[in-house]
Ligand binder design. Structure first.
Ligand SMILES: Cc1cc2nc3c(=O)[nH]c(=O)nc-3n(C[C@H](O)[C@H](O)[C@H](O)COP(=O)(O)OP(=O)(O)OC[C@H]3O[C@@H](n4cnc5c(N)ncnc54)[C@H](O)[C@@H]3O)c2cc1C
Length: 459
């Protein structure tokens, strides 16, 4: 098994030649910090709104080589957050966000088509399943929210037989289907966007780390200053490194293992419809098939990050990979004896509400907190940030994801220590429930702390 930082998707998509780092001072109308999906979609939407805009993207490594090129490729809507959205913003606002997130999923498919980017975009419902008795019905608030918002078809409850007709894992006890969802080859999407932006003349400087956001507009890098009327901060978990954002998010991590091509196992499972599947733990398992007949299987139970820094364990944790691999064969015993060829991981920017947050502080416009669901919503985030950067207001900037009431995490080292303790309790709770045992009282108490404090962790 090859366990690397960057993983198989980027290998499959093929190497790119890095662009020139920024040397000396520069200027632009809008400077974008970070060349993942959010930064790149923002650049794309900026040009759609203002074709003459002078846009500069600064990326610390290579565009798309962070989580955007390594994720599970679930291109989801925000229907999974409908209940939280209703609670926080009311019914009309919740519905508007969910519908806008549907347009984002469809927008990505249309973009691939129109721009001739083969990112393996494949539309198919997403299944959220129960693999233990305790998970059964955990989706009730989401099903109810969709129904009460007048969209019962968006989240539909399925019995065990209906779930297993789509993917015959012996663990699946029931679930729900999210009607609109797609899967993508994430690195092909990110690198496709990079290539199209370069072709349109957007200046992208890679291997250029932004060290400071300037109050008067623009940024500082190690090599010089960039003057700009607007700055877009799209740095994912590294957002927590910038003053003013330290308490806005926490950093967790997720790892993925990938099998060799196993088309005959997919046939045996009846899993040929391209459905993305998650279970209903707090630290979720998520799995999908690939265009060449592999199974990618991830687990959101990796270590916590400290202060927005990218530590080795967030990307390369052999213990987390071993656990993930063992869960893979529990889900799909038919894979015994088949090779797992690749493993990788990456950081997750956790928002206190589980919802992404967009907004402005002076001339800096930010987006972060995708909490493991950024592939679809980053397209919408790009639409929002492009408008904020151009100071245009419309229905996108009025969405409840923009400048929501602030909920903060505790400061470091409390956030890291507390987060790690809660993570450990959640791992123990899930392991007990997998074994058919009730978790201990202390474990249960610690595991439910975030919810009682009004924080929502990754699904
Ligand atoms: C293993 C894993 C699986 C996941 N699975 C899914 C999934 O199936 N579906 C889903 O929707 N989401 C998933 N996610 C989350 C998803 O990948 C992210 O939400 C999404 O990629 C966020 O895009 P982004 O542009 O905000 O962040 P990124 O892709 O991280 O881009 C941010 C960029 O900013 C750069 N940067 C940081 N600091 C600086 C600086 N100071 N100066 C310049 N550049 C800087 C970084 O190098 C990086 O390239 C997963 C994440 C991981 C790690």
């Amino acid at each position: 098994m090859r366990h690397t930082r960057h993983g198989w998707w980027l290998e499959e998509a093929g190497a790119v030649t890095p662009t020139r780092p920024l040397e000396g001072d520069a200027s632009a109308d809008v400077v974008i910090v970070g060349g993942g999906y959010l930064g790149l979609w923002t650049a794309w939407h900026l040009l759609a709104l203002e074709p003459e805009a002078d846009v500069l993207v600064l990326e610390a490594e290579i565009c798309g080589h962070g989580p955007s090129g390594r994720n599970g490729g679930f291109c989801e809507t925000l229907w999974g957050d409908a209940a939280t959205l209703r609670e926080r913003a009311g019914d009309a606002a919740a519905l508007a966000v969910c519908r806008a997130s549907e347009e984002a999923v469809r927008g990505i498919g249309a973009w691939c088509e129109e721009n001739d980017v083969d990112a393996w975009f494949r539309e198919a419902p997403m299944l959220r399943v129960a693999t233990t008795e305790s998970q059964l019905g955990s989706w009730a608030d989401t099903v109810r929210a969709a129904a009460e918002l007048g969209a019962p078809e968006e989240v539909v409850e399925l019995g065990a037989d209906e779930v297993r007709a789509r993917c015959d894992s012996p663990l699946f006890l029931g679930g729900v289907a999210y009607r609109l969802n797609a899967t993508v080859q994430p690195a092909r999407l990110a690198l496709g966007l990079r290539e199209k932006l370069l072709a349109r003349g957007v200046r992208i400087h890679e291997r250029t780390e932004v060290t400071k956001l300037l109050r008067e507009g623009g940024v500082e890098t190690r090599a010089g200053r960039v003057r700009a009327s607007a700055t877009v901060l799209a740095a994912n978990s590294a957002t927590a490194r910038f003053p003013g954002y330290r308490l806005s998010l926490a950093v967790a991590s997720s790892h993925i293992v990938l099998t060799e091509p196993v088309p005959e196992v997919l046939e045996e499972l009846g899993w040929t419809g391209g459905e993305a599947i998650v279970d209903s733990r707090t630290l979720v398992h998520y799995t999908r098939t690939t265009a060449d007949g592999r199974i990618a299987f991830g687990w959101g139970g990796g270590a916590m990050g400290l202060d927005g820094r990218l530590s080795r364990r967030l990307e390369l944790d052999p213990e987390v990979v071993a656990r993930t691999q063992s869960s893979l064969t529990r889900f799909f015993p038919q894979l015994r004896g088949r090779a797992v060829t690749h493993a990788w991981g990456g950081p997750i920017d956790v928002s206190p509400t589980h919802l992404p947050i967009f907004g402005s502080r002076g001339r800096v416009h930010h987006g972060f907190g995708f909490t493991g669901n950024g592939v679809g919503p980053s397209y919408l985030g790009g639409e929002i940030l492009a408008r904020l950067a151009l100071d245009r207001r419309d229905e996108r900037t009025r969405l409840a994801l923009v400048d929501p009431p602030r909920t903060l995490f505790p400061p470091e080292p409390l956030r890291y220590v507390g987060g790690s303790l809660i993570r450990r309790a959640l791992v123990a709770k899930d392991a007990a429930e997998d074994a058919g045992r009730a978790p201990g009282r202390l474990t249960e108490l610690v595991a439910t702390l975030p919810r009682r404090l009004g924080l929502r962790l990754p699904r």
